[in-house]
Design a protein around this ligand. Structure first.
Ligand code: SF4
Length: 456
């Protein structure tokens, strides 16, 4: 770990000569790639849980909106590329015990000064597979949640669904809960690719679930796809894009396949002594996303982030991401979930039993936390918003007191020298090529002490 001093917020970082070309990364090797938070999770520590507990008894920062994330860690099957904490072996009693624990955890937060009487402005059910729950289980959970923290001010309620779990009856129950944004984990439309990657659903279930969801009238339907799954081909990817375009979803999120260490794919690589994952290289995956974006743009969609195209950006917003990327408070409940309150990051116990034991013995189920410095919070927000394509320098200057072109002079000079920046008077943006590889470019903004560690 580097012992280089961390500049304080507002201190210009001296310019140094940028490497002549971006660091090469072509083959897909093991490890996390996406940047979803900062400082990296590896820097979060059990010792910092005390700092987090301290902020719970303080009133919230003024005008900071509150979001609520609920983690449902159950799935029908474990996908081979999955790196989340999920369980495929839990019975109805286990699930009921987990839902009780979620409500107990939320109850412990509801009266804390840090909530300050705020109601959540955006709510997200993620997993795992939230749609694994039955309509009765969902009703039990959401009635209890609403009693503790009313949803009447929520502008957006997102719910992740796996197509094979979504019957007409269940989709109606989900809509009746108040869900405004249904996010379907389709990933691909080809049955062989779905099967070989360990997905539980098949393409006919996608078509059926999507048709029901449209009929029921969800205000927004997002579909998730993955570029570069095992055995992906040029032809199958083109077909997948054509099928996705034909559905006319409100938004599409396209991930580039990564192979973190805790995936089945990596376990197989390790057993076979292979260093390179059996999926397309990064250049190919970027090209596939590029081609997909181009197809959607032809029919009027707009690229709104490194992973997203949206049919009508004036109408289709994603409040959860906007809140997360601009420093909103996020109260996260459930096993292994990540949250952020009053400037402090935290993660819950990351296994089922320790999570339940903590909650059932009257404690918050905390595993690790981190209080970022003011400079780290600035870096976090700037990096996350760069993933949307561009940022307004004046907005960051107003919020953090230093112009980002001064604060981040060195990494911006590096990206500029590589040809990835598009700049105007007040905008700092990325070229399309830069946007499609933004996660690795963001490493340039990391404090050197965080660069070498595994991202997760
Ligand atoms: S459905 Fe999602 S959370 Fe569940 S195993 Fe597959 S990738 Fe993981």
């Amino acid at each position: 770990m580097s012992t280089a001093p961390t500049p304080t917020a507002g201190t210009p970082i001296p310019l140094t000569a940028a490497p002549p070309t971006p660091p090469a990364k072509t083959e897909t090797t093991a490890g996390n790639y996406f940047v979803s938070n900062y400082p990296p999770f590896g820097a979060w520590k059990a010792e910092d849980v005390e700092a987090y507990l301290g902020v719970l008894d303080q009133p919230p920062r003024s005008d900071v909106p509150l979001g609520l994330y609920t983690h449902i860690p159950f799935c029908r099957k474990r996908c081979h590329f999955c790196y989340f904490r999920v369980y495929t072996d839990k019975n109805a009693d286990d699930i009921r015990g987990y839902l009780d624990a979620l409500l107990s955890e939320l109850r412990r937060y509801a009266d804390k000064p840090v909530i300050g009487g705020r109601k959540p402005r955006f709510i997200y059910f993620g997993g795992g597979t939230p749609s694994y729950l039955s309509p009765d289980q969902l009703g039990f959970l959401t009635r209890g949640m609403k009693e503790l923290l009313p949803w009447d001010e929520a502008e957006e309620i997102t719910f992740e669904g796996e197509p094979g779990t979504l019957t007409d009856h269940k989709l109606r129950a989900i809509r009746e809960m108040g869900v405004t944004r249904l996010s379907l984990g389709i990933e691909h439309f080809d049955d062989h690719i779905l099967e070989i990657n360990g997905r539980a659903h098949r393409s006919r279930e996608v078509q059926r679930a999507y048709a029901y969801a449209r009929e029921i009238g969800f205000p927004q339907i997002n579909i998730d796809l993955i570029a570069g799954m095992v055995e992906e081909t040029e032809e199958k990817w083109r077909e997948a894009i054509a099928k996705a375009v034909a559905l006319q979803p409100d938004s599409v999120t396209i991930y580039q396949m990564e192979v973190p260490y805790n995936t089945t794919i990596y376990q197989t690589m390790k057993a076979e002594g292979r260093l390179v994952a059996p999926v397309a290289d990064w250049e190919t995956k970027r090209r596939w996303v590029h081609e997909a974006f181009a197809e959607f743009e032809k029919v009027g969609y707009t690229v709104t982030s490194t992973t997203t195209v949206v049919r009508d950006p004036e109408k289709v917003k994603f409040q959860y991401r906007a809140g997360l990327f601009s420093g909103a408070d996020l109260l996260s409940i459930g096993v292994a979930s990540f949250g952020h309150l009053s400037g402090v990051h935290y993660q819950n116990q990351h296994d089922f039993q320790p999570y339940l034991s903590a909650v059932n013995s009257g404690r918050l189920p905390l595993y690790r936390a981190l209080r970022p410095t003011a400079e780290e919070l600035y870096t976090r927000e700037f990096m996350l918003q760069l993933k949307l394509g561009s940022v307004r320098a004046s907005a960051f200057t107003a919020k953090f007191g230093t112009d980002p072109r001064v604060q981040f002079a060195t990494p911006l000079a590096t990206l500029r020298s590589w040809g990835f920046l598009v700049e105007s008077e007040d905008r700092i943006g990325l070229t399309r090529d830069g946007l499609l590889q933004v996660d690795r470019l963001l490493q340039e903004f990391f404090d050197p002490k965080y660069r070498k560690g595994r991202y997760a």
